[in-house]
Design a binder for this molecule. Structure first.
Ligand SMILES: [Zn+2]
Length: 962
């Protein structure tokens, strides 16, 4: 798009009540940006006019917390609980039934609350805008205090008649309250921004949350959710004038501008000396898990500061040769480290080291400070400048391939929220990038290090150490109630339960929806050309990617013995951490940083479409880069595959240790998916295999390896060598390529050269005889919450996948489970899931009553037998199936290749689209017997709190303690 004339007179075209504040042509993105204000109410708008097929909107309020009660977070949930125009129901749940949204999200940040959505259908987009505006400005929270109880916190009675804390936000925050990195982040703010409102907790501290009231929350709504504090961002090809007119007419004209008090935002010097020590609660026995942080509070608050810090951090840490990365690597500490900048009114830049023993952790602070001193004194090596410039150039080009509305939003919101021009950041970034070489020559790095770090006295060192604690006790009610108070509380609980019964009966849906005639019923087709060289398949997806080539090398691992799976896992972690025969680690890192774009290694399972247990397992080396660097990139990968050095025992030991700790933390964080995968192992090989790769079996193995590293090291190295020869050869290799049509021939030549160098080897698929785990299982984790999953494989019961089941699933989720488990029970998460490969599961977590939830699952067939939905209501669920996802060129290529790998034909999708529009109420009722059959043959798996599992131990055939 050129700087356009069509909008030349936009100032005069603006609807009544709006004024233009500024307009700017954003050269890097070739788009126009407009900044308006609604004069009477003070609401602000930014519109980015572009050709994107997806319309994006984000409505933001500046909402600094005023205490630790978590009110801005509770309010974020509550405003969506029904509004003046759209009463009675949770508007998000209603939108999920019928809208074609591609994203629908509400999030609370420390200084803002954001409601964002996008859609590729204009009518749908307009509907959501209306629903959100009404929800935010006219929510039902003023007339219905049950919303606060349901979403925030309330007293509830457990099966033994004991009072406990319940509520969706309360349960959501429980897991955060014991997570060391979250605690660290909170502590850093409490110290570095102690005189401002940023010191308060973002999600709420539980002990304060249970003192909050509905009135507290209403006050926050009155103070903050006013158009004068509203930042509305729109991007796409919109009828913007029409939308502005609509918002004015329906909402804004009823408000008069007011001053918003956001509390204190300016921090002075902090005067802290020495190391601050704190403790985090844990019930696990693994010692030596300390967390270290060194934070600098930067008092400047300009847009330039923000860019400087981002560039400095990238230079110090992100690339081969980066000084801090190198220093940490020498001590084998890199793997556990992190740097980040948090932008508030001012900035906090933090260097962090996680999960480390005291002895090694002690040296961290000096190590960082000495490295900063050296770098500022000695200046930067020419080689490092080259790396830096190459990365800036690549990122700039790559960014253009992944721009969506949300990308512009992220670029502008910070400045906008703090009263600066929303476009300043984008313009400044352009300038810095254009001038970056010059800046580097003139001491940009050295001066930056001095200014922001070394000469900055506002720094703080924090250590978090583990402290053995009974996690369950942390969340128990500590107050002693009088008998009268207990009676009162019980009455309240009954009243709330009655309310929930009532609301369940109301069925009118008032939310506007598109009709089937507004919807494009044709599934998206992604072009894919098949090519071949020496038996290797080349799959080419042509797309507009500029100079960038995206590719995936998919190496088969089904010829690998099971006991070598650990070797694959370790190899993908050490891949670019070790040197090779011809390159030192540092040189290797340097070349990769200059020549390659972003690259990743992972194991991927491709399931055959509609088949129960037919999967392909691949080691994927995914990368991207500029076309003219491809040859060099591939030869570096070849060098690693052929000549990787495996002699740095200390480093490998450290990596294994971190893998072990991260897996442990990951399991505690994702208890629902751990339970889900473990459950499905009762049914198919694929999940049993997955368990060995990433599940509990894997954890047991890596735990063993970590604890007996010295004894097992030689065998590990032997296995890695063996694995490399088995996996990295031509047999069954499939290469996916996404790039411009005109460079494909050159890309292919590079790939051919790579293939020529790969050995060819006899391929023998290993037959896995995987043990079946049996029965109902429980997995004890470090959590006060539990997740439960019930389910089985429906194909093994003789049923086939049918697209109508997707409508069925949505209806069960929205009409039944959401109300019964989330709204009534207080669970943060509940969901029926279904795959085209036969797995059907019912899952709930974070704050459930186990026995009640299982009973709810068993009532699904009855719900279906008696289901009464009008044709119109069913049509909404059908429409929902046609939501498209907006894709980047890389995303389209990925989808094309996925369809190929899982043997999903476009014709099948077309046929499914025709079938799905004909779903009837009878179809839904007919599924009742099948669901009954599934539930009868299901197993359950529970993961989480030891206490709850022990209480219900009779349910399980097997209990595992992690
Ligand atoms: Zn939340």
């Amino acid at each position: 798009m050129k700087r356009n004339n069509e909008w030349k007179d936009v100032k005069h075209m603006l609807p009544n009540g709006f004024k233009m504040i500024e307009e700017e042509y954003l050269e890097d993105y070739e788009v126009m940006g407009y900044h308006f204000e609604h004069v009477k109410s003070g609401a602000k708008f930014v519109y980015i006019k572009n050709d994107d097929v997806e319309s994006y909107c984000a409505i933001t309020f500046k909402t600094l917390p005023k205490n630790n009660k978590g009110l801005t977070h509770i309010l974020e949930h509550c405003v969506l609980g029904g509004s003046k125009k759209y009463p009675e129901k949770n508007v998000v749940n209603e939108l999920k039934k019928s809208s074609l949204y591609t994203c629908l999200r509400a999030s609370t940040y420390l200084d803002k609350t954001k409601y964002s959505f996008s859609s590729m259908n204009k009518k749908d987009f307009h509907n959501i805008l209306d629903v959100y505006m009404d929800a935010l400005l006219n929510p039902n929270i003023y007339i219905n205090e049950n919303i606060f109880k349901q979403e925030g916190w309330r007293y509830d009675l457990d099966n033994d008649g004991k009072i406990f804390y319940n509520g969706i936000v309360y349960n959501e925050v429980k897991d955060i309250a014991i997570n060391p990195p979250d605690l660290m982040g909170q502590k850093i703010r409490e110290i570095c921004l102690c005189d401002t409102n940023y010191k308060y907790s973002l999600g709420g501290k539980l002990e304060n949350m249970v003192k909050s009231t509905n009135e507290d929350m209403l006050k926050i709504h009155k103070d903050y959710y006013h158009p004068s504090n509203m930042y509305i961002f729109l991007s796409g090809k919109e009828d913007i004038l029409g939308e502005l007119d609509f918002i004015d007419e329906q909402y804004l004209k009823y408000y008069t501008k007011k001053t918003i008090n956001n509390g204190k935002i300016l921090q002075g010097d902090i005067n802290i000396n020495g190391i601050q020590e704190f403790y985090y609660p844990t019930n696990d026995d693994i010692k030596n898990k300390n967390y270290y942080s060194l934070s600098y509070m930067i008092k400047e608050s300009t847009c330039r500061t923000n860019h400087d810090l981002n560039l400095l951090n990238a230079f110090l840490y992100n690339y081969g040769g980066s000084p801090i990365l190198e220093a940490l690597r020498k001590k084998d500490l890199f793997y556990n480290s992190r740097i980040d900048t948090k932008s508030y009114n001012q900035f906090i830049n933090t260097f962090m080291l996680n999960n480390i023993d005291e002895e090694r952790g002690e040296s961290f602070f000096d190590l960082i400070q000495n490295t900063l001193i050296d770098t500022s004194k000695n200046g930067i090596a020419k080689k490092m400048t080259d790396v830096f410039l190459a990365r800036v150039e690549f990122n700039r080009k790559n960014n253009k391939n992944s721009i969506m509305g949300s990308h512009y939003y992220d670029e502008i919101i910070h400045n906008w929220l703090y009263g600066k021009s929303p476009f300043e950041s984008i313009k400044l970034e352009e300038n810095i990038h254009n001038d970056i070489k010059n800046e580097l020559d003139n001491g940009f790095i050295e001066n930056g290090i001095n200014k922001y770090f070394l000469n900055n006295e506002n720094n703080v060192k924090i250590i978090y150490k583990p402290k053995k604690t009974e996690i369950n006790k942390l969340f128990q009610i500590k107050t002693r109630f009088s008998c009268e108070r207990v009676e009162e509380i019980k009455k309240d609980i009954i009243k709330h339960k009655c309310y929930q019964q009532e609301i369940r009966k109301t069925s009118d849906m008032s939310i506007p929806s598109v009709t089937i005639s507004d919807v494009d019923l044709q599934p998206e087709n992604f072009e894919l050309k098949e090519d071949e060289y020496k038996g290797v398949k080349l799959l080419f997806h042509p797309d507009k990617t500029g100079e960038i080539v995206y590719y995936n090398l998919n190496f088969d691992i089904m010829n690998l013995d099971l006991d070598k799976l650990m070797a694959v896992n370790v190899f993908k972690e050490i891949f670019n951490q070790m040197g090779t025969l011809n390159y030192s680690q540092k040189e290797l890192d340097n070349v990769i940083s200059i020549k390659s774009g972003n690259s990743r290694r992972y194991i991927k399972i491709f399931n055959m479409y509609g088949k129960c247990d037919d999967a392909k397992y691949k080691f994927v080396l995914q990368s991207s880069g500029l076309e003219y660097n491809l040859d060099d990139m591939l030869s570096i990968f070849m060098e690693i595959i052929k000549n990787i050095k495996l002699d740095d025992k200390e480093l490998i030991k450290q990596i294994v240790n971190t893998m072990c700790v991260n897996t442990y933390r990951g399991m505690n964080k994702n208890s629902a998916s751990i339970a889900e995968n473990r459950l499905m192992e009762c049914f198919t090989d694929m999940y049993r295999y997955w368990d060995k790769l990433a599940g509990i079996d894997f954890y047991n193995e890596i735990f063993k390896l970590n604890n007996n590293f010295n004894d097992m090291y030689d065998k590990l190295i032997e296995n890695i060598r063996d694995m490399i020869t088995t996996v990295f050869n031509r047999e069954k290799l499939i290469i996916g390529i996404t790039c411009q049509e005109n460079v494909y021939i050159r890309v292919k030549t590079c790939m051919e050269k790579f293939i020529d160098e790969l050995p060819s080897r006899e391929y023998t698929k290993v037959n896995y005889n995987l043990d079946m785990t049996g029965g109902n299982e429980a997995i004890m984790l470090m959590s006060n919450n539990i997740a439960v999953v019930k389910g089985c494989n429906y194909m093994q019961l003789g049923y086939e996948y049918n697209i109508k089941m997707d409508v069925l699933k949505d209806i069960i989720n929205r009409e039944f489970l959401w109300k019964e488990v989330r709204e009534n029970n207080g669970a943060y998460r509940v969901e029926m899931k279904l795959t085209v490969n036969g797995s059907m599961t019912f899952l709930a977590g974070s704050g459930i009553n186990l026995m009640e939830t299982l009973k709810v699952f068993d009532r699904i067939p009855d719900f279906l037998k008696n289901i009464a939905l009008t044709d119109n209501e069913i049509e909404r669920y059908i429409i929902r199936q046609f939501k498209d996802k907006r894709n980047t060129p890389y995303g389209r290529g990925e989808k094309a290749i996925d369809r190929y790998m899982s043997n999903l034909k476009f014709e099948v999708l077309q046929k499914e689209a025709e079938e799905i529009v004909n779903v009837t109420i009878e179809d839904l009722r007919n599924f009742a017997d099948m669901i009954e059959d599934v539930l009868k043959n299901s197993k359950i798996c529970v993961a989480g709190s030891e206490e709850i599992i022990t209480k219900n131990k009779d349910l399980f055939d097997n209990i595992i303690k992690i």
